[in-house]
Design a protein around this ligand. Structure first.
Ligand code: FAD
Ligand code: DLZ
Length: 513
C-alpha cells in the first residue's frame, strides 16, 4: 500500500544501517512537518549477495525501527520488499517517493559506503530539489578530525590514534594518565582457551511475528544466497540488543581480554561480545557501550585488561578503520601490494576442505553469519594471503558473509589488516603465520587430517609450506620490514633441497584449490 500524506517539508531518507533515534537527519527534522522514507531494496541485498541471515536481520530491525519512530510521533513511509511500489534501488525509490510526497527538500545522513555517497551526490540533479547530506555523528572522530590527525604522518599507527581517542572521550583516564598507568594491555590478552572453560553464549531471541514474516520473505526471495537463515536468534529491537550487551558485560567481559585471540572447535563465540551487527546498524551506541564497560571495571566487575581491550576495539580500531576508509577511498578497494590474482577457492563457500581450522571458520560463517576476529584474520584471511588470493575477491566475500559487514569497516580490515594489500599503511607487518600459530591458539589441529608439525610432504599442514613459500617469493617486498626480516633470514638458511620441497608442496596445494 502506498502512503499519501499532507504537505511534506523534508523527506528524510533513513538507510538500513542508520537505525538510531539520535541520527543527525532525524535531529534536523521535525515530526510535525517532515516524513521519513525507509525501503527494503533488492539492489542493496544483492550488489554483493549478502548472507541470508544478514538480510533478515536488517529488514526485521528496519521494520522495528520504523515502528519505534512512529511511536515517537513520526510519519513513516516504509516500503517493504514485496510492496507494489518497490522499485529496488535507492535512487529510483527516492524518486518514486518524491513524486508522491512532493517534499521541499531531501535530508539524509551520510552513508557508510563510497558507492552510496556517489549515488546521493547525483540526487539533486536527478530529482530537481535540494538534497542535504548531514554528517554521521555516531562516531567519535569526524572525517575532518581524522584527516587532521593523519596529515603529515609517515605512518598511521592505530595505537597513537587510540591514545588521542582515550584523551578525547576520557574513557579509562585517571586525570591525564591512562588507568593502570598503561595505555594497552594487549600482551596479557593472548591466552589459548581450554575446552573445560565455561563459555557463555550470546543472548538469543526467538523470532517474533515481524521477524517470522521477514524470514519467509528472505527464504523466498534470496534462496540462492549463501548462509543458513535459521535458527535466527539476533536481537532486532534496540532494547533487546541492549539486554544482549548487558548479558555480555555480566558474563563474558571478565574473560574477554584473556581469551580474545583463542579459537575452540564448536565454540563460535567464546568470550566475544557478538555486537558488531548491532553497533554497525545503529541499534547500539558505541560510546554508550564503552561507558558501560568502563563502569563495570570501575565497580570491580571486570579486570582492566578486559575493559581496556574492549574499549580499544571500539574507540581505537573501529574509529581508526573508518578514518582510513574515508581518507583513502576511492582507490583503496583495488590495492594489491603483492599482485595476488588467484580466484577465491570454492571452499570459502562450501566448507569442503580437510583443513579443520578453515572448515570450522566457514561452517560457522555459513550458520551464524559470524566469525570472531582471529578466525577472520588468522584463518580465512591468513590462508588467502599465503595462497595469493585476489584481495578484491576476498573483500567481496567478507562483505557478503558477515552480519556486521559494511564496507567502511570491512574493507580496511581486509585490504589493510588482513591482506597487507595497501603495502603497510594500516598494518606494520603482514599477518602471515604458519600452522604453529593456529595450533598454539586453538584446538583445531588435534582433529585435523594434516600434521601441523610437518613442513613438507603430502600430510603436512598446508599453512606451513604456503607460509614459507610466501616468505620466500616475497622477500624483496618484505625483507626490509624489521618485523619480517628474521623470517626471511630463516627461509634463506633452509638448505636448497628444503626450499625446493617447500615450493613443490606449495605448488601442489595451490593446484588443488
Ligand atoms: P568483539 O571481539 O567482541 O569486539 C568488540 C567490538 O569491537 C566489535 O563488535 C567491533 O565493533 C569492534 N572491533 C573489534 N575489532 C575490530 C576491528 N578490527 N575493526 C573494527 N571494529 C572492531 N568488523 C565489523 O564490524 N564489520 C566487518 O565487516 C568486519 N570485517 C572484518 C574483516 C576482516 C578480514 C577482519 C580481520 C576483521 C573484520 N572486522 C569487521 C573486525 C572484527 O573481526 C569484528 O568487528 C568482530 O569479529 C565482531 O565480533 P564481535 O562483535 O564479537 O567483536
Ligand atoms: C546492507 C543493506 C541491505 C542488505 N539492505 C538494505 C535495504 O534494503 N535498505 C537500506 O536502506 N539499506 C540496506 N542495507 C544497508 C545499505 O547497504 C547501507 O546503508 C549502505 O551500504 C551504506 O552504508
Amino acid at each position: 500500500m502506498t502512503v499519501q500524506m499532507n504537505a511534506v517539508r523534508n523527506l528524510i531518507l533513513v538507510l538500513g544501517d542508520q537505525l538510531s533515534p539520535g541520527l543527525s537527519s532525524l535531529a534536523a527534522g521535525d515530526p510535525g512537518q517532515d516524513l521519513i522514507l525507509m525501503a527494503e531494496l533488492a539492489g542493496e541485498a544483492t550488489y554483493v549477495r549478502h548472507h541470508k541471515k544478514k538480510i533478515a536481520f536488517l529488514f526485521s530491525a528496519m521494520r522495528h525501527f520504523a515502528a519505534e519512530l512512529k511511536g515517537r510521533g513520526w510519519r513513516v513511509d516504509y516500503v517493504k520488499l514485496d510492496a507494489l511500489n518497490n522499485v529496488g534501488g535507492f535512487t529510483a525509490q527516492l524518486a518514486e517517493a518524491v513524486s508522491r510526497h512532493k517534499p521541499e527538500q531531501v535530508l539524509v545522513t551520510e552513508p557508510g559506503e563510497w558507492r552510496v555517497l556517489e549515488m546521493i551526490k547525483g540526487w539533486e540533479a536527478a530529482l530537481g530539489l535540494p538534497v542535504r547530506i548531514l554528517a554521521d555523528d555516531r562516531f567519535v572522530c569526524s572525517h575532518a578530525e581524522f584527516e587532521a590527525w593523519a596529515d603529515g604522518r609517515k605512518q598511521l599507527r592505530m595505537e597513537y590514534f587510540y591514545r588521542d581517542m582515550r584523551r578525547r572521550t576520557g574513557l579509562l583516564m585517571d586525570g591525564d594518565q591512562p588507568a593502570g598507568g598503561q595505555w594497552n594491555f594487549d600482551a596479557e590478552n593472548r591466552k589459548p582457551a581450554g575446552a573445560s572453560l565455561f563459555m557463555p553464549s550470546p543472548k538469543a531471541y526467538a523470532p517474533d511475528a515481524v521477524t517470522q514474516e521477514v524470514l519467509a520473505l528472505v527464504e523466498a526471495r534470496f534462496a540462492n544466497h549463501f548462509g543458513r537463515l535459521e535458527p535466527f536468534w539476533f536481537a532486532v529491537r534496540r532494547e533487546d540488543a541492549e539486554a544482549a550487551f548487558a548479558a555480555f558485560v555480566e558474563k563474558a567481559l571478565p574473560s574477554f581480554g584473556d581469551y580474545q585471540d583463542a579459537m575452540l572447535k564448536g565454540e563460535p563465540f567464546l568470550y566475544h561480545a557478538v555486537i558488531a551487527q548491532y553497533l554497525n546498524c545503529g541499534l547500539l551506541d558505541p560510546l554508550e557501550v564503552c561507558r558501560l564497560v568502563e563502569a563495570a571495571y570501575r565497580a570491580g566487575r571486570a579486570p582492566l585488561n578486559a575493559a581496556e581491550g574492549f574499549i580499544r576495539q571500539i574507540i581505537g580500531w573501529r574509529e581508526y578503520v573508518r578514518g582510513i576508509y574515508w581518507l583513502k577511498m576511492p582507490g583503496y578497494e583495488i590495492k594489491n601490494f603483492f599482485g595476488h590474482t588467484r580466484p577465491l577457492p570454492d571452499f570459502y563457500w562450501t566448507a569442503e576442505t580437510d583443513m579443520a581450522c578453515l572448515k570450522a571458520a566457514v561452517v560457522q560463517t555459513r550458520d551464524e553469519a559470524y566469525a570472531h576476529h582471529i578466525q577472520r584474520l588468522m584463518v580465512t584471511g591468513n590462508f588467502a594471503l599465503l595462497a595469493g588470493i585476489d584481495p578484491h575477491a576476498l573483500h567481496e566475500w567478507y562483505l557478503s558473509v558477515y552480519a556486521d559487514a559494511y564496507e567502511w569497516v570491512e574493507l580496511p580490515n581486509t585490504i589493510g589488516m588482513s591482506q597487507f594489500a595497501d603495502g603497510g599503511l594500516l598494518a606494520s607487518k603482514p599477518y602471515a603465520a604458519s600452522g604453529a600459530y593456529i595450533s598454539r591458539m586453538s584446538d583445531y589441529c588435534k582433529a585435523c587430517s594434516f600434521e601441523v608439525k610437518q613442513r613438507t610432504g603430502k600430510n603436512a599442514c598446508p599453512f606451513n609450506a604456503l607460509y614459507w613459500d610466501f616468505i620466500g617469493r616475497n622477500q624483496d617486498k618484505i625483507g626490509r620490514n624489521p618485523r619480517m626480516a628474521q623470517m626471511v633470514r630463516t627461509y634463506n638458511r633452509f638448505d636448497p633441497a628444503e626450499r625446493v620441497r617447500i615450493a613443490d608442496r606449495a605448488a601442489d596445494i595451490l593446484a588443488g584449490l
